[in-house]
Structures are given as C-alpha cells and as structure tokens.
Ligand binder design. Structure first.
Ligand code: SAH
Length: 460
C-alpha cells in the first residue's frame, strides 16, 4: 500500500490553500464541506472561487504566497499554475512537518485526495495511489450506482441509535449480530422507503426479541475454483457475516481474506497426505461452534456437494437441529473447462458429461470402466493426478482408443494456470516432463481438441 486511507476530522481546523483557480475551487469545496477553517492565498480569484467565497466563511489574502504563510496550518494544498511557487510551498510544508498536497504533482504530495462517494456520515474513498485517477473514478461511479442516496439515512439512523443498540448486547459478538440484523434486515429497508417511524418500531421489536438467546448458524459455502471473482454474491455476503471461518487447502487465501478482519480463521486441512483435522472432528467442530452462538462459515473449494464431503458435514448439523445454509460454488470441472476453452458438451462431439473421482485407495480405483467408453461423453476426473496412469491404462484396456484426447488443467482459473494436452497414450510421459502439481483436473474426450482454437485464459 503506497498510501493509507484515513478519515481526517477537519472541522474548525486551520487549512491553507495556495491558489484560487478552478482546481483550487474544487479542493476548497471539499475542505469547506468538511468544516475546515480555510485561508486562501492568491492574487486573483476565479469566478467559481468567488461564488464559493460568497457562501462560505474563508479568509482570503489577495497576494502571492510568501514564506511563513503556512504557520499553524494542519494541512496545506498548493494549486497554482506556477511550478516554482508550488515547489516552495511544498518545501515550507515539509520543513514544518505539515501534510501537503501539490495538485497534479504526485512527487510533491505527502497525501492525496481520493475519489469520494459521499453518503455522509457514510463516505467511501477510492484511490489508485496516483496510478490511474480514471480507474479510481470508474470504480467510484460503480459504487455510486450501488449505494442508494438513502444509505446516508441508514448511517444517520445508526448514529442516532448507537447507544441503545450497544446497550442491548452483552458481548462484542452479540452487538455485532444486532447491528447486522439492523443493517441487513427490515429496519434498513424501512429507512430506504423513507418510513422512519416504522423503522423505529422495527428496531424496538428487534432489540426486544434479541433478549431471547441467540443461536448460531453454519454456512457451507462453495468458494469456487480459485479466482475470487467466481464466488457468488451470496457466498461473499455470508462469508462476511461469519464470526469464524473454517477453510481448507483448496480455498484461495485471497478469498479467506474477504472474511471480516476480526473473524477467526481456522485452517482445517486437507492435503492428500496431511489430514490436518480429521473429517469427523470438522463435523463436530461445526456443531460446537454454532452451539456457542457463532456464525460459522465453512469454506469449501469449488462446490461443496461435488467431491467435497459437504453432505457429511451438514448431516450432524441437521441431526442437532442447527440452522444451516448451503451455497453452491462453481465446481473445478466447470471452471477448468471454461478457462481452458474446452466446452464440456458440444453438439458435434459430446452429448453428456460425467464427473468421476480419480482418488485412489491402496493404488486402486473402483469404477465400472465399461460404463466410461462412450465416444460422445466427456469424462472429468477430479483428484486424478496420482492415479493418472491407472486411469489411462484402464480406459485403454476397456476399449477406448489410445488416441483419445486428454487435457490436464493445473491450478485452473488462477494466474499460474497451466494446460497440458495429449492422448490417453501420451499424457503419462508428458506428465513426467511437465510434472503438474495438485490441484489438477483431467478431462478426457473429443471436446479437448477444441482447446487449440478456443483457449483464451493465460494464453499469452
Ligand atoms: N469440491 C471441489 C472438488 C474437491 S476435490 C469442486 O467442486 O471443485 C479436489 C479436486 O478438485 C482436485 O484434486 C482437483 O482435481 C480439482 N480441483 C479443485 N480446484 C482446482 C483447480 N483450481 N484447478 C484444477 N483442479 C482443481
């Protein structure tokens, strides 16, 4: 991070602005909006500036900047067309230890102005650290569109009732739960509909009902194959509600980091050979944590119900009558196929697709191989890297031609994704030279040939 975003209280604080042109007027508008006590030094004022000066209280010295003008200021902005003046202002501010911003001169800034979405008291600041103001503005316009104007009313309502809500919860966690119910629930919706009285009533009911003991909840969340953008909105929303996050190896750390900062994050494995926390213990842990009143997010790679043991994890919850939700995720089979340019079905080449486990037990795979012989069915093997030689051997032994196309997609959807293609006959030797690592997905069938033409991700 090149710049740390902070929110500065400027009310009644002395700020000096050197310059009174159009750009200076824009800065002055922000500073006055934040209640700063503004002193402006400039020989002349732009008409926009004059209009501003008529409606706000500010001190104007109608002259050039002179050393000593910055005394007592807590912040300085230089916005003159004269580079020498700007540099002199910068030098004086630096020597006095005052934060300074010289407009359009990134090297002469100890702080920069972000793009702002203003729903005061809620504000959103967006900055590209000077790398691309246009990008920052584009992000701002997206956020503008996401936040209804009345978001400001929700923030005002929250401020008004802060003490009452704080008093209603005994612990930090409880208070946060109440807040989340206010912000995500009917109270906020009523405010957005401009129905304050009804919102007050709903809040009173919420605080009353909270007195009955809170129950925890479990969210079994499919986090997708790796690329954080492939999470669903719901996955993100529930992840951010969680007090505790249980995640395993397949889940991208960037996704785990999207949880609340104060949420406990618990790594529970598991690699092929490292079952950090045994499955039974995970199942029990979910129950225990929820019974203590926590909201628990169980993050799973891909989809929880595709080779994810998601069914086992919620069985105990169902038995113990603990509320839970299951959020589907994009499974590796779908994701790897898309990111490799391999349509799993295609009118000309494949009419069906089969997801198969390639996980070996004692060096063996128990499948009815004779069911895997259709030329028009795509086979997708999960966990098949170790068992790849067996898979190829069995398929050929049962009658699939040795020249059947095979693709290996390593770390699908991540920047380091790799695609290896070959045939049932050749892929093993290819693997020896390229030595792909887990997680790798295997796709078998005619559709693999399309990757030559349809590859798009990470293909240079
Ligand atoms: N529930 C998960 C699958 C878990 S099994 C899902 O729906 O995707 C683990 C296997 O998934 C790995 O051995 C690998 O074959 C596959 N896999 C998961 N993420 C992958 C990725 N990013 N790239 C390639 N394969 C992946």
């Amino acid at each position: 991070m090149d710049f740390l975003p902070i929110n500065l209280r400027l009310r009644d604080q002395p700020v000096v602005l050197i310059g009174a042109g159009v750009v200076a007027a824009r800065k002055a508008r922000f500073l006055l909006g934040a209640g700063a006590q503004l002193t402006v030094v400039a020989p002349e004022q732009d008409s926009q500036f004059r209009a501003l000066a008529e409606t706000h209280e500010l001190v104007w010295h109608a002259r050039e900047y002179a050393p000593g003008d910055l005394g007592g200021a807590i912040m300085v902005i230089a916005a003159t067309p004269d580079r020498e003046v700007n540099a002199a202002v910068y030098a004086e501010a630096k020597s006095r230890g005052i934060p300074v911003n010289v407009v359009d001169s990134p090297n002469l800034c100890s702080f920069i102005f972000p793009a702002i979405v203003d729903r005061s008291p809620l504000t959103v600041a967006i900055s590209s650290s000077g790398a691309s103001p246009v990008l920052a503005r584009s992000v701002r316009s997206r956020i503008e569109a996401m936040l209804p104007a009345a978001t400001a009313d929700i923030a005002r309502f929250a401020r008004l009732h802060r003490d009452r809500i704080r008093a209603a919860g005994d612990t930090e966690d409880e208070r946060r739960h109440i807040w989340e119910q206010v912000i995500d629930g009917p109270v906020a919706q009523l405010i957005l509909s401009n129905r304050w009285q009804a919102a007050e009533q709903a809040l009173a009911e919420l605080l009353e009902s909270h007195r009955t003991s809170p129950v925890g909840e479990v969210y079994l969340i499919g986090a997708g194959p790796g690329d954080p953008e492939l999470m669903t909105f719901k996955a993100l929303r529930l992840l951010q509600r969680a007090d505790i996050v249980l995640h395993d190896r397949l889940v991208n750390p960037d996704i785990v980091a999207m949880a609340r900062r104060d949420a406990d994050k618990l790594y529970v494995g598991k690699q092929r050979s490292d079952h950090s926390v045994p499955q039974d213990r995970i199942n029990e842990l979910l129950v225990e944590l929820a019974q203590q009143g926590n909201r628990v997010a169980r993050l799973k790679g891909g989809d929880p119900f595709v080779f994810g043991r998601g069914g086992e994890e919620i069985e105990l919850l169902a038995q113990e009558k603990i509320p839970f939700q299951v959020v589907p995720g994009i499974t590796a089979g779908n994701a790897a196929a898309c990111y490799a340019g391999i349509p799993l079905t295609h009118r000309d080449y494949a009419q069906s697709v089969r997801f198969v486990t390639g996980h070996t037990k004692d060096g063996k795979l128990q499948h009815r191989w004779e069911e895997f012989l259709s030329e028009t069915e795509t086979l997708v093997f999960y966990m098949g890297l170790v068992g790849l030689p067996i898979i190829c051997r069995e398929l050929i032994a049962h009658g699939r031609p040795g020249d059947t196309a095979v693709a290996l997609i390593e770390r699908a959807t991540l920047p380091s994704q790799r695609l290896l293609t070959g045939t049932l006959g050749t892929i093993e030797s290819l693997v020896e030279s390229a030595s792909p690592q887990a997680p790798t997905l295997i796709i078998v069938g005619k559709v693999v040939d399309l990757a030559d033409r349809l590859r798009w991700y990470g293909s240079g």
